[in-house]
Structure formats: structure tokens, C-alpha cells
Design a protein around this ligand. Structure first.
Ligand SMILES: [Zn+2]
Length: 177
């Protein structure tokens, strides 16, 4: 099913309350171990659009809720996308939509009440704001949240098609290709 951007119209910052989003298949919840997280309220199949990205603001630099969309461009996504937690074994990946924003696409089937996660390395070439131990709890946890730059090749392969395309351009650039 194609999600339409129309149903995600933002009505200004203060109106951007969670109520706007709770019926779209996910909601913000407080989890004891990790604080806030986004949880599925309906099941998703592999390939489904789980969350539609909308750019709220283009930023002059990086900050902790920023999404990097090109080598030098950081944006803030509207809605709950900025609240999605990192996992080293995520159930979602990134696909750039026609507005340049990041849609979250299911890489695995997702059950109701499952937390929606992605790997920050799918979006950020380097990670500057998460120096601490990774708490994702995945069996395949890397121990520290690292950027795309530091992902092993087999992980990059596994994420193929689910990462921000500029990361691949940077890889090519840095390998001199
Ligand atoms: Zn982890």
C-alpha cells in the first residue's frame, strides 16, 4: 500500500502532538530500558512503508536529533521519526522519498507492540553524538553506536538498499573510486 503524504500534513510545531500520529501504525511510548521509543500499533510486512519522512527544517549543523541527508546537509524530520531508536539489529531501513526526506521501510516483518528501530549507521557517515555504550540489546550489538564509515563490509551488504544514498557516494569518494 502506498502511504500518501497528505495524511501526514503538519500543522505547526506546537500542534505536532503525538495524537496526530497514533493512528498511523505507530506511537510514542516510554520504555523502561531505553526511555522513549516508537512502537508498532499494527503489523508491517517486509517492504512496507512504516513511517513517511517529512523534512521540517534544514539545519546549519549536526545535532542529536538531526538526520544527515547529504555530505554537508542535516535536516530535522517532522513528527516522530526523530524519536526512533537505534538498533544494531534493526527492523527498518531508510529510503529517500520524493521530497528528499527519509521514509522508514520494514526490513523484517514487524509485529504489533514491537519497537520500530533502525541503525543510525544507515543515516550517518560518522556518529558524533553517541559516544557511550550502545544499549540496543540486539544479539548482534556492536557495543558502540558507529557510523556508516566504521561498519564492516558484510553489514554494509546486508543493509544494501536501506541506507541513505549519499553514504555510498562518500564510500566511493574515500576509496578513490
Ligand atoms: Zn547495539
Amino acid at each position: 500500500m502506498e502511504a500518501s503524504l497528505g495524511e501526514y500534513q503538519i500543522k505547526g510545531d506546537e500542534k505536532m502532538s503525538r495524537e496526530l500520529y497514533t493512528n498511523d501504525g505507530f506511537e510514542l511510548r516510554e520504555s523502561p530500558e531505553k526511555g522513549e521509543g516508537i512502537f508498532a500499533t499494527k503489523p508491517f510486512k517486509v517492504g512496507d512503508i512504516v513511517m513517511v519522512g517529512i523534512i521540517k527544517e534544514v539545519l546549519s549543523g549536526n545535532h542529536s536529533h538531526a538526520s544527515q541527508i547529504s555530505e554537508n546537509k542535516h535536516v530535522l524530520h517532522a513528527g516522530l521519526i526523530s524519536k526512533v531508536n537505534h538498533s544494531c539489529g534493526p527492523n527498518c531501513g531508510i529510503r529517500v522519498n520524493e521530497t528528499g526526506a527519509h521514509d522508514f521501510i520494514a526490513m523484517k516483518d514487524i509485529c504489533v507492540n514491537e519497537e520500530i528501530t533502525f541503525d543510525y549507521a544507515m543515516r550517518n557517515y560518522t556518529i558524533d553524538h553517541f559516544p557511550q555504550q550502545c544499549m540496543c540489546g540486539s544479539a548482534r550489538c556492536r557495543g558502540r553506536i558507529t557510523g556508516w564509515k566504521d561498519l564492516p563490509d558484510e553489514k554494509k551488504k546486508e543493509y544494501e538498499g536501506f541506507v541513505a544514498p549519499y553514504l555510498l557516494e562518500l564510500d566511493a569518494k574515500h576509496s578513490g573510486g
